[in-house]
Design a protein around this ligand. Structure first.
Ligand code: S3P
Length: 189
């Protein structure tokens, strides 16, 4: 069975940048789930939200996660921030061959960093990023906690390190390898 790493956390927590670096540390393939969704559907996330609504987007997001976790090579996946909303996704993230890492940070910190990009329609409403992130943090914190094998508070890295994302990726690589060593997969057959 192939092992995968999935990074979860709110928008602005650094899943994509840290994930890419983590993959290179571990010598594994990197996939950004939002980018994969856009490639598979041949539509932007903004278009999917506009045409299918958030519900439609979540259904496609679940299909994409399922597909990515079926990769035959060990993969580091940066998920979209809302992937934990689906019970089916949470079940998948808790499979023994999946190491799930939660990049946690306070809404204030995330709001100071998050960029309003086209793939983030949830930030495009009337509320400030701070208000949106406070709401999402309150709604999702327990779901990230439920699926996480490893929780990393990203803020100290940003305060104490010259290259925070590089330091984060190096630390997470250590934690992932230790987790995998502590939880060997049972040989099948
Ligand atoms: C979302 C986060 C986005 C993207 C979509 C919905 C969310 O991904 O999947 O806009 O519900 O938090 P990032 O967390 O990569 O920005």
């Amino acid at each position: 069975m192939v092992r995968h790493v999935v990074l979860v956390g709110l928008m602005g927590s650094g899943k994509t940048t840290v994930g890419r670096r983590l993959a290179s540390h571990l010598g594994r393939t990197f996939v950004d789930a939002d980018a994969a969704l856009e490639e598979i559907t041949d539509r932007t996330i903004a278009e999917v939200f506009a045409e299918d609504g958030e519900r439609g987007f979540r259904a496609i997001e679940a299909d994409v996660l399922e597909e990515l976790l079926e990769h035959h090579e060990p993969t580091v996946i940066a998920s979209g921030g809302g992937v934990v909303l689906s019970g089916e996704n949470r079940r998948r993230l808790q499979q023994p061959n999946v190491t799930t890492v939660w990049l946690d940070a306070s809404p204030a910190f995330l709001a100071s960093r998050v960029e309003t990009k086209a793939h983030r329609p949830l930030l495009a409403g009337g509320d400030s990023p701070r208000q949106v992130l406070e709401r999402l943090h309150a709604e999702r914190e327990h779901l990230y906690r439920e699926v996480a094998d490893i929780v990393v508070d990203v803020e100290p890295f940003h305060h104490g390190e010259e290259k925070p994302k590089r330091a984060l990726a190096a630390r997470i690589a250590e934690l992932v390898l230790a987790h995998e060593a502590d939880h060997p997969l049972e040989e099948v057959g």
